[in-house]
Design a binder for this molecule. Structure first.
Ligand SMILES: [Zn+2]
Length: 281
């Protein structure tokens, strides 16, 4: 079944976001627990309240996106320590919010080799997993010195992590296309998931950020776009949705806009390609 969701703003409160998602018939949800670019973190709702809201709204899994003002792949001691402190706090916030997963971008390569950066990243992940919770690594677009854009780098990262449980993978389709993976035809999509299975293992895949990308494939430029308005084609998207449907991979829309009103067209595209019934308030 299609488990559909979106990244929603919590500016009007987390309860507002959760019930907004429910109004649009969403079964999953993603939020930031604090401003992703820094600043003081907001106080959390009282322990126990969020789980009730999620239950009432039938939202699961509940994804929390980690802030990206720290670099989890930092090798420089001060930056490395800062990432560990902030991300460990974030693990605790996810637990308090009754979230299922913390989504983490792999970070940036500093003045070291890719191998050393991946090693530093795996150490940071091990460090934050001293806290309870589950971490998902999201593939990057490969802009600038971004790590973790290629399936090969991600495979090396997972090799560093070994049999560590409570760590999985989250696929962002816009980032994958920006890096150079075409998801145009049904064959492209099948080939991509075969590679993903070979290099990382589909068992690791816990969700998909379903976004189109404005810039051409392989340009390493990432700007999320509404579905079928960028590099995606109906055939490839249909195949991807069929796979997600078959495997119950939750889908999170991070297309432009802060709520589902702004993503109405994306919901319509998905409904047309899958026969998924739209529930609109
Ligand atoms: Zn994403």
């Amino acid at each position: 079944m299609i488990v559909l969701g979106g990244q929603l703003s919590t500016a009007k409160g987390l309860d507002y976001a959760i019930f907004h998602a429910a109004q649009y018939g969403l079964g999953t949800l993603q939020v930031f627990s604090r401003s992703p670019v820094g600043g003081q973190s907001k106080p959390l709702p009282k322990t126990g309240t969020v789980t009730g809201w999620l239950e009432q709204a039938h939202i699961r899994p509940f994804f929390v996106h980690a802030p990206y003002f720290v670099n989890p792949a930092a090798t420089e001691p001060l930056m490395k320590n800062r990432a560990r402190v902030v991300l460990s706090e974030e693990m605790i916030r996810v637990k308090r919010l009754h979230g299922d997963y913390l989504i983490l971008h792999p970070g940036h390569q500093q003045e070291t080799s890719i191998e050393e950066s991946l090693d530093a990243l795996s150490q940071t992940i091990r460090y934050i997993l001293k806290k309870p919770g589950f971490v998902l690594i999201e593939n990057a677009a490969g802009q600038g010195r971004e790590l973790g854009a290629s399936l090969d780098d991600l495979a090396r990262l997972f090799a560093h992590l070994g049999r560590l449980r409570r760590v999985g993978f989250l696929l962002d389709t816009a980032h994958a296309m920006a890096f150079g993976y075409a998801l145009t035809t049904a064959d492209d999509v099948s080939r991509f998931f075969d590679q993903l299975d070979q290099k990382i293992g589909l068992k690791r895949l816990k969700g998909i950020h379903l976004n189109d990308n404005m810039y051409p494939i392989g340009t390493k430029r990432d700007r999320h776009a509404h579905l079928l308005t960028g590099q995606m084609h109906p055939e490839g998207l249909k195949k991807l949705l069929a796979l997600a449907n078959g495997q119950n991979w939750p889908i999170i829309l991070e297309t432009p806009g802060k709520d589902m009103v702004a993503r109405h067209q994306d919901l319509e595209v998905i409904a047309q390609l899958t026969g998924h019934e739209l529930k609109m308030s």
